[in-house]
Design a protein around this ligand. Structure first.
Ligand code: HEM
Length: 480
């Protein structure tokens, strides 16, 4: 009996040792990038999620770049992953989307965004959805939306200026969410019995987080939020179906029209997942960038001065200073775009862009095995001192004379290649118009907060509380 037990124990120990050895030394037909696979199952997940409070490259990536070079291997949330901080490999990955690489996100993403979200779809279906989104957020849609964006910015700023303190991140997120929800599904929070927006709170923390679905974790909060939001969206879509409108005026109408077509490839589940992703993207991303811009401008008076001059000049040049912003005025905001580029470069709102290798890929002497995940790491590019002098400095003038109409090897805040963010221009419109309304009429001072935390998603753990007040001598304002 004892012998049998000893044999069984020895067998378990040997199997475990072999399994651990294989875990640490994954099979590869070439040379794997250097790195460590960390602990069995856990990999290096804990180090990846370790909180940090600086704008610098996350220590997880920084330390490994120093130890292993720009391309290294690791294991995160149970998956073998190659991390790329190499501009050439990043560029190659973006160019090869759908051929050698495919969009792939960890299970936390698919659980929260839905299995059929736009980031997980490929080929024809993906192109179809992208066109649907561009119908609303492309230049023509945005031109129509410009007056609404301005009106909302003015209305909110006026309200905030009568308050003793405004928490910018939440306030901006609400403003942007309400506008997007109005455009997408004609949702009006003030007229609704349920609050759709509150389901999206804490998403950035939960999205790139440890996937533990127990009460109290950010991940759990996100999943609960998704469940409730999806239920609300489904009910709204059903109500609309029961009472269709004569004229198509929002995204729901468009979706219903598409669903009603013969041989359509759209399904209700895909449409609802898309709606959910768009509402999330509108809620979290732009509000983080805009909060940071407001903070950077406060900390850099010379940038604020030049920005204010640009916007006051726009109003002075008008025949009628009371008129609303035009598309060509928006397009003329050169310094504003420099401020936006610089803000999103430092914000690094998306700390990792994920892909999967569809086949064994050889690059710069290393092999990325088929099936492995790849994480393109934009912060490592945006904060590389050989690409950006004093990379941690907020310096909008570094963008002088540079026109960005997509991604470059050195700028990928909005991704790159075929999957370049469809909301980029919408974000820029929101940011530029808000800054226009802010600097021409208001001044602001910090009251508390404003410190950042990355886990590795960007957060303002203490918010950013400011006092906004009307300037005594402002340029004459339109009466929207
Ligand atoms: C500061 C604001 C934003 C940043 C930094 C940002 C960043 C990104 C990045 C890096 C990607 C590429 C992901 C990938 O390649 O896997 C992406 C994709 C995407 N973004 Fe944004 N985004 C922002 C705002 C928005 C907004 C406002 C919307 C909604 C209208 C939006 C909708 C999307 C969608 C639907 C995709 C998926 C596109 C695809 O898979 O082809 N984004 N975004």
């Amino acid at each position: 009996m004892l012998v049998a037990l000893c044999i069984a124990a020895a067998f378990i120990v040997v199997s475990l040792a072999r399994w651990t050895y294989n875990w640490r030394n994954p099979k590869c037909k070439g040379i794997l990038p250097p790195g460590s696979m960390g602990w069995p199952l856990l990999g290096e997940t804990l180090q990846f999620f370790a909180p940090t409070t600086t704008f610098n490259i996350h220590p997880f990536v920084r330390e490994r770049m120093k130890r292993y070079g720009p391309i290294f291997r690791t294991s995160l949330v149970g998956r073998p992953i190659v991390v790329s901080t190499d501009s050439d490999l990043n560029y190659f990955i973006f160019q090869q989307e759908g051929q050698l690489f495919q969009s792939w996100y960890p299970d936390t993403f698919t659980a929260i965004f839905g299995r059929q979200n736009v980031g997980s779809l490929h080929g024809f279906m993906y192109k179809y959805l992208k066109n649907m989104v561009l119908n609303l957020f492309g230049p023509e849609g945005l031109k129509k939306m410009l007056p609404d964006v301005e009106q909302e910015a003015r209305r909110n700023l006026k309200r905030w200026s009568s308050q003793n303190s405004v928490e910018m991140k939440d306030a901006l997120a609400s403003m942007i969410f309400d506008l997007s929800a109005k455009k997408l599904i004609s949702y009006d929070q003030e007229k609704s019995s349920e609050n759709l927006r509150e389901n999206f709170v804490a998403f950035i923390q939960g999205l790139i987080s440890f996937p533990v679905d127990i009460p109290g974790t950010a991940y759990h909060k996100c999943l609960q939020g998704r469940k409730k939001a999806m239920k609300m969206l489904k009910t709204m879509l059903e109500e609309r179906r029961a009472k269709p409108r004569e004229q198509q005026s929002d995204f729901f109408d468009y979706v219903l029209q598409e669903l009603g077509r013969e041989n359509t490839i759209l399904t209700e589940a895909i449409a609802l997942d898309l709606m959910f992703v768009l509402l999330f993207a509108s809620f979290e991303t732009t509000s983080l960038a805009l909060t940071l811009a407001v903070k950077f401008l406060l900390d850099h008076p010379s940038a604020l001065k030049e920005l204010t001059e640009e916007h006051e000049a726009i109003i002075r040049k008008r025949e009628n200073p009371d008129s609303v912003l035009t598309w060509s005025e928006y397009k003329s905001m050169t310094f504003t775009f420099q401020v936006i580029n610089e803000t999103v470069r430092l914000a690094n709102i998306v700390p990792g862009i994920f892909r999967k290798a569809l086949t064994d890929i050889n690059f710069k002497g290393f092999t990325i095995p088929a099936g492995w995940g790849i994480m393109v790491c934009p912060p490592a590019v945006h904060l590389n001192p050989s690409r950006y002098r004093d990379p941690l400095e907020f310096n909008p003038w570094r963008w002088q004379g540079i026109e960005l109409n997509g991604a470059t090897r050195n700028f990928m805040a909005f991704g790159g290649g075929m999957r370049f963010c469809v909301g980029t221009e919408f974000t820029k419109v929101q940011m530029a118009v808000f800054l226009h309304c802010l600097v021409t009429k208001y001044k602001w001072q910090a009251i508390k907060g404003g410190d950042i935390l990355r886990t590795p998603g960007l957060q303002f753990p203490n918010g950013f509380h400011v006092l906004i007040s009307e300037k005594l001598t402002s340029v004459q304002e339109p009466t929207t």
